[in-house]
Design a protein around this ligand. Structure first.
Ligand code: PLP
Length: 381
């Protein structure tokens, strides 16, 4: 059975060029990058070059980049590391639709005594500006975390209007750009981002490599101790081959972003148009597919009568690979916190199905996906 993969926000296949580079790097960069001999120096040079190329692609300085084991570790290091390094009161604000890799360390800090403010979003999943300004004016914080693009519904969170209206000293800005990379332009310098998070496996790179951008001058406490690697902020022997392959994937993602985004957008429109006529009862969450401000690849919807999790399993049997935002905890279906934050109610928040397109999905994939969705939708009624 031929299968259609529409789960690129979870992981993307390794790009052919990256795979080739990675395989060669696995052979070449086998030594410990901290060893002083020739093989060690070669592995070190591979990391240095990866850092240079990543920094050039992102328009930042190479000293500002820390390689980690993924987006989750980068976000934890950013949030816990920055707050723990700040003298005085610890306080932070985050949107109600942040990924768990930001939400969980924020809650951890809260348990340690930090003050946490929540920034609500509107029905489209954008920050409610008036509410955000009111909250942060009444109760200023030291750090604000706003993801660049939401992984479940594809909304974009813009920090600029919020920061422009804040009185008093500017808080640090942490941006999780894991889903934005390669899909929308990153504007970290222009936006005044202090801490930025990326993950290579969302853009055709290997699993297990993340990037933390830390603007020069921002203090961080490491989470681990025992080595001087990555400026002592991420100690432990580096995975030189994977870092080298990740840098190539990030470089390609940035340079190809406009063309890739346009292709994804066209396929998203096709998907939406075919789906609304094939399954008129389908309802959509988040920004409208034709909205300017949204990820070009992410569609979240419900089919009447279906729980998201069960729908994912059924679609998988039919050859369509997708995901849902709802988690299965102790045998019961939990509602997606992101959909709940949009104010859709617990029942609908369990129904969300996420379709996320990739660089290489074809129009034929979209037609096949809609055929499967139509069959499954009508099998239930
Ligand atoms: N942030 C967002 C928005 C994500 O979607 C993900 C992964 O799904 C992550 C962070 C975590 O990245 P990683 O899988 O590299 O830990």
């Amino acid at each position: 059975m031929s299968r259609v993969y529409l789960d690129h926000n979870a992981a993307t296949p390794l790009r052919a060029e990256v795979r080739e580079h990675y395989l060669e790097a696995l052979e070449r960069f086998h030594a410990n990058p901290s060893s002083v001999h020739g093989s060690g120096r070669e592995a070190r040079m591979a990391i240095d070059l990866a850092r240079e190329r990543t920094a050039a692609a992102l328009g930042v300085h190479e000293d500002e980049l820390i390689f980690t084991s993924g987006g989750t570790e980068a976000a934890n290091l950013a949030l816990l590391g920055a707050l723990r390094a700040l003298p005085g009161e610890r306080s932070l604000a985050l949107s109600t639709i942040e990924h768990p890799c930001v939400r969980a360390p924020a809650e951890r800090l809260q348990r340690e005594g930090a003050r946490v403010e929540w920034l609500p979003v509107d029905a489209q999943g954008e920050v409610d500006l008036a509410c955000g300004v009111e909250t942060l004016t009444a109760r200023p914080v030291r750090l604000v975390a706003l993801m660049a693009a939401n992984n479940e519904i594809g909304s974009l969170l813009d920090p600029e209007p919020l920061f422009a209206r804040l009185p008093g000293p500017r808080p640090l800005l942490l941006v999780d750009a894991v889903q934005a990379l390669g899909r929308i332009p990153l504007r970290w310098r222009a936006q005044g981002v202090d801490l930025g998070v990326l993950s290579a496996h969302k853009v055709g790179g290997p699993k297990g490599v993340g990037v933390l951008y830390r603007r020069k001058g921002v203090a961080l406490e490491p989470l681990c101790h025992g080595g001087a690697q990555e400026q002592g902020l991420r100690p432990g022997t580096e995975n030189a081959p994977a870092i080298s392959a990740a840098a190539l994937a990030i470089e390609l993602a940035v340079s190809e972003q406009p063309q890739v985004a346009e292709r994804m957008r066209n396929n998203l429109h096709l998907l939406f148009n075919l789906l609304t006529s094939a399954v008129p009862s389908a309802r959509f969450f988040g920004p409208h597919p034709s909205a300017e401000r949204r990820l070009p690849n992410t569609l979240n919807l419900e089919l009447p009568g279906w729980d998201g999790r069960l729908l994912v399993a059924r679609l998988d049997l039919e050859g369509l690979e997708t995901s849902s935002g709802s988690a299965c905890a102790s045998g019961s279906l939990e509602a997606s916190p992101v959909l709940l934050a949009l104010g859709v109610g617990a029942e609908r928040a369990r129904a969300g199905l996420r379709l996320s397109l990739g660089r290489l999905n074809s129009q034929q994939d979209i037609h096949m996906a809609v055929d499967i969705l139509r069959r499954v939708a009508f099998s239930h009624t």
